[in-house]
Design a protein around this ligand. Structure first.
Ligand SMILES: [Zn+2]
Length: 104
């Protein structure tokens, strides 16, 4: 098991974990509850995403780069436009109006 990424918060860690799961890379999020347990904030308290299988790590790193690029995007939010005309937030892969997936 290898650590892939230290997230800023639990939500980001979970989003990344879900993103990798969609590409059939099993991961686990560690450190979720450490800050509460330790009673203080520290760098170690941030949740991190771990790749369970070492052989998945190179592919996971590529996906991580995509994930970060997609979230930050040029100018902050990289919203995309669905074929139906709806504008979708960068964190969504599916159109909430018609259900189409994000174009490649
Ligand atoms: Zn749509």
């Amino acid at each position: 098991m290898r650590r892939l990424y230290q997230a800023q918060d639990e939500i980001e860690a979970q989003l990344l974990s879900d993103y990798l799961a969609a590409s059939h890379i099993p991961t686990t999020v560690l450190g979720r509850y450490q800050s509460a347990a330790a009673g203080e904030l520290s760098a170690l308290a941030f949740p991190s995403v771990w790749v369970l299988e070492d052989r998945d790590l190179p592919r996971a790193r590529v996906l991580l780069a995509e994930f970060l690029q997609r979230r930050q995007g040029p100018g902050g939010a990289a919203a995309w436009h669905c074929e139906c005309g709806e504008q979708i937030g960068p964190e969504f892969d599916l159109c909430w109006r018609c259900g189409r997936s994000r174009p490649p």
